[in-house]
Ligand binder design. Structure first.
Ligand code: AMP
Ligand code: MG
Length: 417
């Protein structure tokens, strides 16, 4: 049975290919004030509305001059002064210097700025202190050295964070066009589940996956839409699937294992699902289901992609980050790479398992005292339901299929949530 399942890599490739197809559709967008754009995905490229810098800019307080004249250490007459905000002045007369402040426009005729700390001044004259010399271009950023008016500076599909927001502001974008956040339906299933604010009776547990998935969805750029808990019966599941149909993506938690009350797959099949896979050689998350539900003919969207996530919280979280996040990123119009792996050094040896890629909840110290690679160690859990251990983790350690053992000190891959 296990042999028929896809490997982690096969499943990841399949999901990436499907995500690329979904990304081709132009996602709906909205216009937002720039200040509200953090974390949103650009629906339009950002262009330079003028040269950057718009004028030759001094990067120092000092004296604009001709580098060759200053380097001869002759004394230069201070012919004028420009502060930041004043229009470009000049031209610079021969054997003269021009007092200038950081951010001010360099006067015409000057090709360098001598730092105020590097000159001696007397009356209205300055002299570069020997043996220091100055090269043409020093302490000046030429007009348009960073960008030319009309250049595309940030492509559509970029997720806005502080650098892009600063650039957009510089280019005069008071508002930006961003992709609408995909609406992600979160359907938790299970007869044992009660709401977070309820007191569970014997045998019941609180529904922790709904808020956890909601947090993961929001962090990945989606708009979580939590549906009422579905019960482990056909009627409840069919009704819940109908309700979810106008979402952009559907996450179902629980009910995809091989148990007697794991009824999600048959319900999806009744709704006309096309399954891409129904299980992967990974741990946790082996029963993961990925597929698409058909849409009404009038609906321009291709299909409703869904994931049937195993109900164990750690399995749900891992499979979300590994497989659902890339599909969500595609629907959100994002070009960002997902999932994200980085390298770290393993603090404690770990055993592999035959025939599975493992993702072990771990804690990574990203700023280790020795200044070396981030250092990672498993948090040590009682299994895929151990939320107390999971809450001490900040990543998953990857143990590739076919690896018996990872030694202490080995450079390993970790999955960031
Ligand atoms: P299942 O995938 O439905 O077989 O569930 C596997 C395990 O995860 C069981 O122990 C469930 O009680 C637990 N579980 C399922 N759904 C949730 C949920 N929404 N929140 C917390 N635990 C859950
Ligand atoms: Mg269940």
């Amino acid at each position: 049975m296990t042999a028929a399942l896809l490997s982690y890599t096969q499943a990841a490739d399949l999901v990436a290919a499907r995500a690329a197809e979904l990304a081709r559709l132009r996602a709906p967008f909205e216009r937002l004030e720039l200040g509200l754009g953090s974390g949103r995905v650009l629906a339009e490229p950002l262009f330079a509305d003028r040269d950057q810098p718009p004028f030759a800019r001094s990067t120092r307080d000092g004296f604009a001059c001709c580098a060759a004249e200053a380097s001869s250490h002759r004394s230069l007459t201070v012919a004028g002064s420009t502060r930041a905000g004043q229009p470009p002045a000049g031209p610079l007369p021969k054997s003269a210097a021009w007092e200038i402040m950081t951010g001010a426009a360099v006067p015409e005729g000057a090709d360098a700025v001598a730092m105020v700390e590097h000159v001696e001044s007397q009356e209205r004259k300055v002299r570069l202190i020997a043996p220091r010399t100055l090269e043409a271009g020093e302490n000046i950023v030429a007009q348009a050295a960073e960008a030319r008016a009309g250049d595309e500076l940030v492509p559509a599909g970029t997720r806005l964070s502080s650098p892009q927001i600063a650039l957009a502001a510089t280019c005069g974008y008071a508002t930006v066009e961003v992709v609408l956040r995909p609406k992600v339906a979160i359907l938790t299933t299970g007869d044992e589940l009660v709401a977070v604010d309820a007191v569970p009776s014997a045998g019941q547990i609180r529904n922790s996956n709904a808020p956890m998935l909601s947090a993961l969805v929001a962090a990945a750029g989606g708009k979580p839409w939590i549906l009422p808990i579905a019960r482990d019966d056909d009627y409840s599941l069919d009704a819940a699937l109908r309700r979810a149909e106008n979402a952009d993506m559907l996450l179902i938690s629980g009910g995809v294992s091989a148990g007697k009350f794991d009824l999600v797959e048959p319900a999806l099949a009744r709704a006309g699902a096309r399954f891409h896979f129904t299980g992967i050689r990974i741990q946790p998350g082996k029963p993961l289901v990925f597929g698409e539900l058909p849409r009404k003919p009038a609906d321009a969207r291709l299909s409703l992609p869904f994931f049937g996530l195993p109900g164990n919280p750690i399995s749900s979280a891992a499979t979300f980050s590994l497989f659902a996040a890339p599909v969500l990123a595609a629907l959100a119009g994002s070009r960002e790479q997902s999932p994200r792996f980085v390298l770290a050094r393993l603090a404690r040896h770990v055993k592999g398992k035959t025939g599975l890629t493992r993702f072990i909840p771990s804690f990574c110290a990203f700023n280790p005292p020795d200044g070396g690679l981030p250092e990672v160690a498993p948090v040590g859990s009682q299994g895929s339901g151990d939320l107390a251990a999971f809450a001490r983790s900040n990543c998953f350690l990857v143990v590739p299929e076919g690896t018996d053992r990872l030694e202490t000190g080995a450079v390993v891959r970790i999955l960031l949530p």
